[in-house]
Design a protein around this ligand. Sequence first.
Ligand SMILES: C[S@@+](CC[C@H](N)C(=O)[O-])C[C@H]1O[C@@H](n2cnc3c(N)ncnc32)[C@H](O)[C@@H]1O
Length: 263
Amino acid sequence: MNNWMANGAVALFVILASTGLFFFVVTRGALVLRGLMPGARDDKSHVYPIYSNMRLIKLVDFQPIISAILLFQYHRLVSKIVSGMQQSDLKNKRVLITSCAFGNVIPRVVDAALNAGAERVMIADIIPNELVHAKSKLGHFSGKVDYVEDNATSMTQPEGNVDCNVIFFLLHELPHHLKGRALSEAGRMLAPGGKLYLAEFHRPELWPLRALSWIYFKVFEPLGLALWDTHDPIDCLESMGGWSCERTTYLFGNFQVVTATKL
Ligand SMILES: C[S@@+](CC[C@H](N)C(=O)[O-])C[C@H]1O[C@@H](n2cnc3c(N)ncnc32)[C@H](O)[C@@H]1O
């Protein structure tokens, strides 16, 4: 029995350690390596290989894996966005999803937008493979969805072009000086009265969770920690002016959905 338990513990440790190593290599590890290599940086330099290499995208994009990464809060976060959209009048309006994300958030948001009467949904991402992958999940919505290669921090869309914009876990991956630009672009593209839905990490209230979360960010996503203080999304939006914001937090404050209305 003792041997069985010891072997089980070793097996569990090996699985967790190799999963952690895999995610480190295809995310932050690759960016550190990229930073050490000579050569020019471009506007995609901050994007992890896990979002640009089609094999990696397909390998990782399984709902249980993605839900586990967000500590099984994924469904609740998407539901908050979707229910907000269902309560809005999107009749003949345009909805934007700024940057793709794994799991079922894109199909659920597109479905909610079209059911609420939206005329079209546009999905914008800086990486073409992400758009191809998103399209593969949206076969039954074809004809109503546009796929646009665009940069969230300098979008080519005209001012006031959309009535709803969903940004799902993008900010924490952007370099700090680009976080504000992404929010200001989101505001520029929204028509007055339009809503921005922003799902992100948030500073946990419970110190053990905060400590674990801090370690996670330090190891995997150091750009995300600023959302806890210096780059809090509501502070950023309010300092720009012209927004009315509300925040809902999840799992002892570990995650947040910000609903921001353009005044
Ligand atoms: C939204 S974030 C992370 C999502 C989250 N980890 C998940 O999948 O559940 C990842 C996406 O953002 C895109 N992205 C990163 N930087 C971008 C930028 N500046 N403009 C548009 N898309 C961007 C990446 O190509 C990728 O598709």
